[in-house]
Design a binder for this molecule. Structure first.
Ligand SMILES: [Zn+2]
Length: 340
């Protein structure tokens, strides 16, 4: 198979702290033989696991990107046992544009496994698949709700089939020490970054760190405290591992979103008004939100109700809503022991 078209300007196998770029062919009207760059950093020191941390898989999910940039800024090589590879802002142009998708329309999180002879997003996905994932023991990919969704700030995971991998992922997810964790299923296509990493047997830890527009101080703090505690938990960062118990917090709630009926969409456009906040408990049939029809005020609102008892995990944060859009997601509390 063709070698990856993406190259790193730094030696990912070298010791110490290095900052550089991933370089890939640039497609533009501004001349040929050009390349484009996204930042990458590696902090390595002796023996230990390799952890890949990525932010900006989706452009307008900034919580994780800022935590990654802070990691690059603050962590020194002598605090590391093993290696942390950080790609802080994968979808650079989308991040600057404030959009989920690339300006080309590409969804980086539907681009895996990627291909070396594809479009730039596919070339970068191919580099993750064939170069970065094989180096890594643990893959941490940081998401949030972007502009469209308001999530309970949480770490989350797929319930993978392999029991040892599942246990390690569950422990890693819990080490984020968020109030809530979420078990999700893919109801919207294939080609996700975490799925490719899971298929390679990696311990994959992902997040949904809030969203909806502004990033509150508490969410920045949770992004940082969770990420660094997970890095200590997996042994790549020095320092004592904290638990919710050691922090004086009650046990976290794990919300099981594996029943696809929990993902509620609208079949017609309108203006979304939420009647519930993320974290609210609802009973089956309770109103969760309603859609207004600005072109037909005489119609009144259409109410959308909870399809099951559960906890509201996500609500739509954008008012304009198109036919087919997701409007809220529920899940049901589950005990961690049921997952082992
Ligand atoms: Zn995302």
């Amino acid at each position: 198979m063709q070698v990856p078209s993406v190259t790193s300007t730094i030696d990912l196998a070298a010791e110490g702290k290095q900052l550089g770029h991933l370089r890939y062919p640039k497609i533009s009207n501004n001349g040929g033989w050009a390349y484009d760059l996204i930042p990458i950093a590696v902090i390595a020191n002796g023996d230990g696991p390799t952890v890949l941390v990525s932010g900006g898989n989706h452009g307008n999910e900034y919580e994780g990107q800022i935590a990654c940039l802070r990691l690059i800024d603050e962590i020194k090589a002598d605090q590391v046992h093993g290696r942390i590879i950080i790609v802080p802002v994968i979808s650079r142009d989308a991040a600057w544009a404030g959009t989920r998708l690339w300006p080309s329309g590409a969804n980086f999180n539907r681009s895996f496994p990627g291909r070396p002879d594809g479009a730039p997003h596919e070339q970068i996905a191919d580099y993750f698949t064939r170069v970065l994932f094989p180096m890594a023991d643990v893959v941490i990919d940081l998401h949030s709700g972007g502009h469209a969704f308001s999530f309970i700030p949480c770490s989350h995971m797929h319930v993978v089939d392999d029991r040892a991998q599942r246990k390690a992922m569950l422990e890693g997810m819990l080490a984020w020490n968020s109030d809530v964790h979420f078990l999700y299923v893919d109801v919207n296509g294939a080609g996700l970054l975490p799925v490719e990493a899971e298929n390679q047997g990696k311990v994959v830890i992902t997040t949904e760190l809030g969203g909806g527009g502004r990033v509150p101080v508490a969410v920045h703090q949770l992004s940082w405290s969770g990420l660094t505690n997970v890095l200590r938990h997996v042994g790549v960062l020095t320092g004592a591992v904290e638990t919710r118990e050691s922090l004086g917090l009650p046990p976290a709630v794990i919300i099981d979103g594996r029943d696809p009926v929990n993902y509620v969409n609208t079949d017609e456009p309108g203006f979304w008004e939420t009647l519930r906040e993320p974290g609210d408990s609802v009973r089956e049939g309770d109103p969760v939100g309603r859609l207004w029809f600005p072109a037909r005020p005489e119609r009144g609102p259409r109410v959308f109700s909870a399809p099951r008892d559960g906890i509201v995990t996500v609500v739509r944060a954008m008012t304009p809503t198109l036919a087919g859009d997701s409007i809220f997601v529920l899940g049901q509390p589950i005990d961690a022991s049921e997952l082992l």
